[in-house]
Design a protein around this ligand. Structure first.
Ligand SMILES: NC(=O)c1ccc[n+]([C@@H]2O[C@H](COP(=O)([O-])OP(=O)(O)OC[C@H]3O[C@@H](n4cnc5c(N)ncnc54)[C@H](O)[C@@H]3O)[C@@H](O)[C@H]2O)c1
Length: 266
């Protein structure tokens, strides 16, 4: 089980733990996969793009870590079950699931009164279904394993803050992720499974490049962030290690803003 008293910085170590990173080939998922591996976890990266998964695995291998590449579409329930089982078999256990599949907001910007149903469904599939199905598979494996575990979701400041940029479906999907984080934490506490989420503001990644490449838009965003910049993928690594390690043994159902202070101010 992830948990139990240990001391000093060892509480942040993940040696002997096995982690599945859904979306481990993406900008944020790959950074978290590399970070968890550096903290000692054996990592399996799951996603649709084999090339990007291989790139993450190569970075981890170059640092002497262990990374399995498991291609799958995690919006397919059978595929999600299968890759989670493959990872658990490969490592002999499953301790951590990170859900880093999602996004898409910038590709479907529509005014709220005209938001199209197909774009709405696509955003919910990419963000909510892609989180639900791996989590159900991992929770069943963790419950069967009897050692508890950790689930880390990726929400967004958009779960709490509106934005004048056609984001209706995305804000609703991220609201669902934050709500599910609290619900799963409540239901699975009895199994020793802690469920938390990180909630970034804009992170400098290809997904949001189109928006951040607009100097006026970026200046508007940055002007509202007390620390005066958007996030980088490395900003998410420390919080991810915290939530996946014994350091957060008594923390569950929480959504942590990784936002340079954006949600602390007005
Ligand atoms: N980038 C940001 O500014 C930002 C800010 C807040 C929250 N987030 C959230 O962080 C998460 C990751 O974002 P990112 O910028 O790393 O995106 P990304 O597109 O770089 O990574 C997502 C990965 O998921 C994979 N994927 C997509 N659909 C899949 C499916 N059905 N099955 C398996 N794999 C699939 C993609 O191939 C990609 O590798 C998302 O949930 C996003 O909403 C991003």
């Amino acid at each position: 089980m992830v948990g139990g008293p240990v001391s000093g910085v060892d509480i942040f170590r993940l040696d002997g733990k096995a982690a599945v990173i859904a979306g481990g080939g993406g900008a944020i998922g790959s950074a978290i996969a590399v970070g968890l591996a550096a903290a000692g976890a054996q990592v399996a990266v799951v996603g649709r793009s084999v090339d990007s998964l291989e790139a993450t695995a190569a970075r981890i291998a170059a640092s002497g870590g262990t990374c399995a590449v498991l291609p799958a579409d995690v919006t397919d329930g059978d595929a999600a079950e299968e890759v989670v089982a493959q990872a658990a078999n490969r490592f002999g256990r499953l301790d951590i699931l990170v859900n880093a599949v999602g996004g898409g907001a910038g590709k479907v910007l529509f005014s709220a009164e005209e938001y199209p149903k197909d774009a709405w469904d696509w955003i919910f599939e990419l963000n909510v279904r892609s989180t639900l199905l791996p989590t159900q598979a991992a929770a069943k494996a963790m419950i069967a394993g009897g050692r508890g575990g950790r689930v880390l979701n990726i929400s967004s400041v958009r779960a709490s803050l509106g934005i004048n940029a056609g984001y209706s479906a995305y804000v609703a999907a991220k609201g669902a992720i934050s709500s599910l984080t609290r619900q799963w934490a409540t239901e699975w506490a009895k199994h020793g499974i802690n469920v938390n989420a990180i909630s970034p503001t804009f992170v400098d990644t290809p997904q949001v490049a189109m928006l951040l490449d607009d100097p006026e838009f970026k200046a508007g965003i940055v002007s509202r962030i007390p620390l005066g910049r958007v996030g980088g993928t490395d900003d998410l690594i420390g919080p991810a290690i915290f939530f996946c390690s014994d350091a957060s043994a008594f923390v569950t159902g929480q959504v942590l803003g990784i936002d340079g202070g954006l949600t602390a101010t007005q």
